[in-house]
Design a protein around this ligand. Structure first.
Ligand code: ATP
Ligand code: ZN
Length: 320
């Protein structure tokens, strides 16, 4: 009997059948930290999960207290017009999500229900609403800042937190379709942005060390779409516009980007006509904290019950 026949002959889970160890996602679901839906990358969060997320947000607020950042909060959606201005579809058409609604009359409603009844696709009975899901937490702030006119002399820092949507279904719990990004965004002269990014690369690593997480920082690129995208990604790396703080989270996979440190040069300043006090085009940059990924990294390295985590880690999170 060859090995293949042997595995087929054994009953599933029976004596001798080596059960594969549960994946990290299965472990999180079994522990009740995340709740499954029938969509990959869309999960409910437990009270424990949320208390860790709150602790992280509080720690990030504490670290950024000297930034005199303006706090701006948006629901996780933006206007289609602003979304178009951002040119997101040029770079990441594969990730964007749009909101559609039923806008018809009673006949249309009957047609819609009949489609569902017949188990046919009903979504073509929906029409675009002019609302697009936010792809990155900083996107909604640029039109707001642009409308105010030129930036103050010293530039500006904004504090944002938003659920974001990206269509990247995955079985890795670190790659969700809806997740939170906390960001500090800096707008000002190139020198201001470069200094801001260096400051936050240092602070991000210090936070990771305070949380007793194994980490490394490396140059990175965004997942630009298509063949042209490869060229843009290569140049982004060459110019060192994006760095990521990486932590091993998923078994047998390369480490996961849990924070990113980005220099957009004048990309958003030019798209949105954000001016410097002296008349030049504003440069921008941001530090992004992946809230879910950091929670998942903490649970991975310190265990599924925060009550058993090292005291210093719990204190950094404000006593979760
Ligand atoms: P990746 O390269 O892993 O796709 P990214 O470089 O596209 O991530 P950014 O656009 O820099 O990520 O987003 C900032 C942070 O948001 C990331 O460092 C990460 O922590 C978090 N993040 C990005 N995509 C996801 C996702 N699909 N699920 C959970 N967190 C995410
Ligand atoms: Zn950003």
């Amino acid at each position: 009997m060859d090995a293949h026949a042997l595995t087929e002959a054994l009953p599933l889970g029976g004596a001798g059948a080596a059960e594969p160890p549960p994946t990290y996602l299965e472990t999180l679901l079994a522990a009740g930290l995340l709740f499954e839906t029938d969509v990959r990358g869309l999960y409910g969060r437990s009270a424990v999960f949320e208390s860790i997320a709150d602790g992280l947000n509080a720690a990030i607020t504490r670290i950024g207290a000297d930034q005199q950042a303006e706090v701006l909060r948006f629901p996780p959606a933006m206007s289609q017009t602003d979304f178009e201005t951002s040119e997101y579809l040029k770079s990441f058409p594969q990730l964007a999500g749009t909101i559609h609604s039923f806008c018809g009359d009673e006949r249309g409603h009957r047609r819609l229900l009949a489609r569902i009844e017949d188990k046919q696709d009903w979504t073509d009975q929906q029409a675009p609403t002019g609302v697009v899901l936010t792809p990155a937490a900083c996107y909604p702030i640029y039109p707001v800042i642009a409308r105010r006119g030129p930036l103050p002399e010293a530039g500006k820092v904004v504090d944002v937190l938003s659920y974001c949507y990206r269509h990247e279904p995955s079985l890795e719990p670190t790659r969700m379709q809806m997740f939170r990004q906390r960001e500090y965004v800096c707008l000002g002269s190139p020198e201001r942005i470069v200094a801001f990014r260096q400051l936050w690369m240092d602070r991000g690593q210090q936070l990771g060390r305070d949380l007793q997480l194994p980490l490394e920082v490396d140059v990175a690129n965004d997942p630009f779409f298509g063949r042209g995208g490869k060229i843009v990604a290569d140049s982004q790396r060459e110019l060192k516009l994006k760095f990521e703080l990486l932590i091993p989270v998923n078994d047998g996979a390369s480490p996961t980007a849990c924070m990113s440190f980005n220099y957009h040069m004048d990309h958003f300043g030019a798209l949105w006509h954000i001016g410097l006090a002296d008349g030049g085009v504003a440069h921008t940059g941001c530090v992004g904290f992946g809230i879910e990924r950091l929670v998942l990294a903490l649970l991975k390295h310190h265990g599924l019950d925060p009550a058993n985590w090292p005291q210093a880690v719990r204190e950094t999170l404000g006593g979760v």
